[in-house]
Design a protein around this ligand. Structure first.
Ligand SMILES: Cc1cc2nc3c(=O)[nH]c(=O)nc-3n(C[C@H](O)[C@H](O)[C@H](O)COP(=O)(O)OP(=O)(O)OC[C@H]3O[C@@H](n4cnc5c(N)ncnc54)[C@H](O)[C@@H]3O)c2cc1C
Length: 80
């Protein structure tokens, strides 16, 4: 198997979550394209499968402590 360090890639996707995995799978369907998917996560905590326990994951290894910035939301009916 060829080393990924010596290969050229057409796409490098950071994050193998829901969106990243789907994007990588779709792009990989094109035979000529080489896709690298980088995932930083480790073992999945069983609490990550239970939506109501999401807040219990704060400050654990599953929490990346990302913060959102200010977002301006424009709703379709704001213009009318
Ligand atoms: C407890 C819980 C239960 C949920 N249940 C449902 C459900 O039943 N149905 C549903 O539709 N939605 C559910 N959701 C919401 C759903 O999980 C998210 O909307 C969805 O995962 C978002 O997809 P994403 O690809 O944007 O992010 P994620 O799926 O979070 O993927 C981001 C990925 O990027 C990786 N990453 C982050 N930083 C780096 C880095 N620097 N380098 C490399 N990799 C990195 C992370 O490890 C992660 O794997 C749930 C959410 C939670 C928290």
């Amino acid at each position: 198997m060829e080393s990924t360090q010596s290969r050229q890639h057409n796409f490098i996707i950071v994050g193998g979550g829901a969106a990243g995995r789907l994007l990588a799978a779709r792009l990989s369907l094109v035979p000529d394209w080489a896709v690298m998917l980088l995932e930083a996560g480790g073992e999945v905590n069983f609490l990550q499968d239970i939506p109501s326990h999401a807040t219990r994951l704060q400050s654990t290894a599953a929490d990346r402590v990302y913060r959102t910035g200010k977002v301006e939301i424009i709703l379709p009916w704001d213009d009318v």
